[in-house]
Design a protein around this ligand. Structure first.
Ligand code: EPU
Length: 440
């Protein structure tokens, strides 16, 4: 297993080129299951989750060729309609094979992905949507089995604008006869990118990026090419890292409108921002000012995937408290305990008025932080320590902490970080960071 060793305290200065979005690439690659023709996807990041997706496509029967950031997917043999648990447990997004395979073969069997470090993450919204389209749902030995004699377009109202459920239902309804309407759909840029690709394949989707998406099912989809959007979470991570280290960075190949909520908060913290159509320059000349409150929300609100790095940034503000409320996942504060090892002062927020004082979800559990709200008391500095990544973004938060901390930080379990960031240490070395990867 690899770990990162970071000697902190150096400002990041220079230019970083942003990779394609991991979370857009995953459903786009899996939607190649909808056609028998060749698809080529460009600007796919090189990361562990993409490797897992490639293995999944190959297992299901596709031929996958990769050249740098381009991936060509062609037919090789008749597709299987079962995703193996071995791959699903490595990457929950594997459940996104359900939509395309159900639409094409009217049956699919997928292991239930189970919970993960950030929450329980059920897939009930996906399944209710498939039922509305005419599928039956049954369970066997930890797998969910979807079957249908006949699928038909339907009007589906999601109880929550789930990103994955919107993607799965989009990928099935494009091949299902009749009209489908997804209400309360997720509006994330990754949804728009997926719909763009599906439309290039011949799908008829209107309204992606809005709360109501309309789909008219077509008989078949053809091959297409597509370039994936820039990774807005990678952009956000580097913007925050620059702010924490008092640096001066140019991020090339960005979509500034995808990180609007973050840019607003960074400005309020004192960052100087120059925004161009596909480039952002950020300069931070002093310690970040404290922001009173951050609440994670669905797009276009502040993204949950940047909550952890933001928590690190607030540790470097010198006065004041930042209240951080996590509204998307119920257990996404594992990094708080690791930051505390580096000297962070983070406390669990008191329960809102009216809630029983002993409510377990708001208490400190097993030395970690559980619940939905924490308060960061900025002290202006952290010191290096050995810490452990628990998920992709918690790992990113520790990298930011290590870069700006005094002394040496050792981050173990960096395989979490490798799932979602392409060569993060090389990109950071290129802008002056002292970070290296070593074998544990
Ligand atoms: N939820 C349900 N039932 C469902 C689906 C979701 O209760 O059927 C709940 C989840 O448990 C969670 C909330 O709804 O509490 C949001 O889940 P959503 O389905 O929107 O998220 P996702 O599709 O599982 C994607 C990203 C996440 C990102 C979230 C929110 C991918 C592969 N993953 O997950 O990215 O945090 O949307 O924006 O696109 C990451 O990259 O580190 C990451 C976790």
């Amino acid at each position: 297993m690899d770990k990162f060793i970071i000697d902190g305290g150096r400002s990041l200065k220079g230019t970083i080129t942003i990779s394609g979005s991991k979370n857009a690439s995953l459903p786009i690659l899996l939607s190649t299951l909808l056609t028998q023709e060749i698809c080529t996807i460009h600007q796919v990041p090189v990361s562990r989750d993409i490797n897992t997706t490639i293995r999944l496509l190959e297992y299901l029967g596709k031929k996958v060729e990769r050249l740098g950031h381009s991936i060509k997917v062609s037919p090789r043999r008749p597709l299987k309609t079962y995703a193996p648990y071995d791959l699903v447990k490595q990457m929950r997004a594997s459940v996104l094979v359900a939509g395309p395979l159900l639409a094409r073969f009217k049956k699919v069997r997928v292991p239930l992905p189970g919970g993960c470090a950030i929450g329980l993450r059920p897939i009930n919204i996906h399944l209710e949507g498939f039922k509305a389209l005419g599928a039956s749902v049954s369970y066997q030995k930890g797998d969910v089995i979807l079957k249908a004699n006949r699928l038909k377009g339907a009007s589906i109202k999601l109880p929550f604008p789930s990103v994955g459920a919107t993607e799965n239902l989009l990928m099935s309804s494009v091949l299902i006869p009749g009209r489908t309407r997804i209400q309360n759909a997720a509006r994330e840029p990754e949804i728009v990118d997926l719909a763009d690709f599906l439309n290039r394949m011949g799908a008829k989707i209107r309204g992606a990026g809005k709360s109501v998406i309309h789909i008219v099912g077509v008989k078949e989809l053809h091959g297409a090419w597509h370039a994936v959007i820039p990774d807005r979470i990678e952009v956000g991570t580097f913007l925050i890292a620059c702010s924490a280290t008092g640096g001066d960075l140019i991020l090339e190949g960005t979509c500034p409108e995808h990180v609007g909520a973050l840019l607003k908060k960074l400005k309020a913290c004192g960052a100087v921002l120059d925004i161009f159509p596909n480039r952002i320059r950020i300069r931070m000349k002093s310690r970040p000012r404290t922001i009173g409150e951050i609440k994670t929300e669905v797009f276009p609100g502040f993204p949950t995937d940047l909550q952890a790095p933001w928590m690190t940034l607030m540790c470097f503000s010198r006065q004041g408290r930042c209240r951080i409320q996590e509204n998307i996942f119920e257990k996404r504060f594992m990094h708080a305990a690791e930051l505390a090892r580096m000297g962070a002062q983070i406390s669990v927020a008191p329960p809102p008025a009216g809630e029983a004082k002993s409510a377990p979800s708001r208490r400190s559990v097993g030395g970690g932080v559980d619940g939905t709200t924490v308060v960061v008391h900025g002290t202006g500095h952290l010191y290096g320590a050995p810490v452990m990544a628990s998920d992709i973004r918690a790992g990113a938060a520790l990298i930011v902490a290590g870069l700006a901390a005094r002394g040496r930080t050792e981050i173990s379990r960096v395989y979490h970080i490798d799932r979602g960031y392409e060569k993060i240490e090389e990109k950071l070395q290129g802008v002056g960071a002292r970070i290296k990867r070593v074998k544990e």
